[in-house]
Write a protein that binds this ligand. Sequence first.
Ligand SMILES: [Zn+2]
Length: 312
Amino acid sequence: MGDKSGNLGVDRRALMGAAAVGAAALAQSSNAKAAAKAFWPNGARLAIALSMVVETGADPASVTKGPDGKAYPDLYAATGAQYASKEGIPRMLDMFDRRKLKVTAMICGKSCEAYPALAKEIAQRGHEMGAHGYQHDVQYNMDRDTERTFIQNARDSIEKATGQRPVGWNGRGQLRSANTLELAQEAGFIYHIDDVSRDEPFVAPVNGKPFAVVPYTNHLNDFSYFNNHGVGPGFAAELKYEFDALYAEGATRRRMMVVTMHDALSRASRVHAFEEFAAYAQKHTGVWFAKGADLAKWALESPDSIKEAKMI
Ligand SMILES: [Zn+2]
């Protein structure tokens, strides 16, 4: 009896404690919900933008230098580039379907010309087609007319292959010239991602008109990660760790997480690492996997988005 009553006492305290914790959690969650409503559409607490970079077929043919000092075709390197179309892109597309994710494909115009069926399939599976240059080349050293043609050619090749006119720009190596954004806006682009200054999108003037910036991250870029001897489980852990921190910040301010994956780097274990992270993020409430264009349009249209006086 004594034992029973003692047990009951413990149970009651446990129940009361649980009720108090439940009430506090409910209050916290409704506060967070109320606060989050002011930050993103549909009460989302954290936006996650994924870029799938497609540059296969857009680089000049690889060469290797022989002992005689002459250049020879590097056919081994050519097979590495082909991995993108044969394995990497199809693998990513299947994973995005499994997780019901729509992403932004930052694709080169020449990739669309080399692999038109694959480019079309990316668009048909519901993904945004953004532009990653015409050939896979830097543009900061181009004169204004050459760069204008480079941007227009990228836009036109992507539209021709996929039926989608791109509105987002991503330069090779995130590099651009002083003219890039003016020329991109003239060509119909509404945003670019070559900026790491914030964890949320913002707007700044280009040609005297609003232009959106959907910032990039280098530390959540598979190229940076795996080329520094990173391995799949470490990448998944880093993604989850960043997610947890931004999700916590998302209770009181607008937050966005950006992850970039490259076509030729998408080996099985790496795509698996990303999928593990995506499944983890999807267990949380209020997570908005958003295309870059949706984030840009939100930034351009919302009175709540940050407006910079000057574009960098
Ligand atoms: Zn690139």
